[in-house]
Design a protein around this ligand. Structure first.
Ligand SMILES: [Zn+2]
Length: 189
């Protein structure tokens, strides 16, 4: 049964939009992350690089015609020369503490959870952005933070879409300026 807050999307607009979302997110696949940080065991900064973590860190999970597709980052490992401890580099640029998916995905969940049930939110993320996050994870993200995310949205394919997420994907990283998609006449929608 459809949640009353769910709207039908324009299928063509949303298909084109999902493709561009996927293409932008795929840019992160295989990216090497993990800046040096003091040893979490003894605070020493006398470290050596110790290769990359075997399993990549999930940035986002895409819903494609072939099924789920992982966008994964390579995480730098360090070994402390003082105490011998091995640990991951600093991931705080891309991840909130304790969150499986990257910051922009978490923020996206939190924004849409303001106006949708967690079930409807999971479906909306799939249908509007082609992104998979299960409802329990969305619920956890919604409850994890004390602050609220600003509800800045625009309409894409008939549905409300997150402006900060679009700015992250298509913008120049300047949060104050509008992303190029809204200023260019060659925009896809
Ligand atoms: Zn140490």
């Amino acid at each position: 049964m459809q949640d009353p807050s769910e709207k039908d999307l324009d299928p063509l607009a949303s298909l084109v939009f999902i493709r561009s979302v996927h293409n932008e997110l795929r840019e992160y696949d295989g990216m090497r992350v993990g800046q040096s940080r003091p040893c979490p065991g003894c605070d020493s900064t006398d470290l050596r690089k110790n290769g990359y973590q075997r399993a990549s860190k999930t940035f986002a999970r895409l819903v494609t015609e072939e099924g789920f597709e992982e966008v994964g980052l390579e995480v730098q490992q360090y070994e402390c020369r003082a105490c011998g401890r091995s640990f991951q580099g600093d991931l705080s640029e891309h991840f909130y503490e304790g969150c499986e998916y990257a910051k922009p995905i978490v923020d996206l969940c939190r924004l849409h959870a303001q106006t949708h049930s967690y079930n409807a939110c999971e479906r909306l993320l799939q249908r509007l952005y082609g992104i998979q996050v299960d409802r329990d994870t969305i619920k956890r993200y919604d409850e994890l933070f004390d602050d609220t995310v600003a509800r800045e949205t625009t309409v894409i394919g008939g549905a409300e879409a997150s402006l900060p997420f679009l700015a992250f994907l298509f913008g120049d990283g300047d949060a104050d300026g509008p992303p190029f998609v809204f200023t260019s006449h060659s925009a896809l929608w």
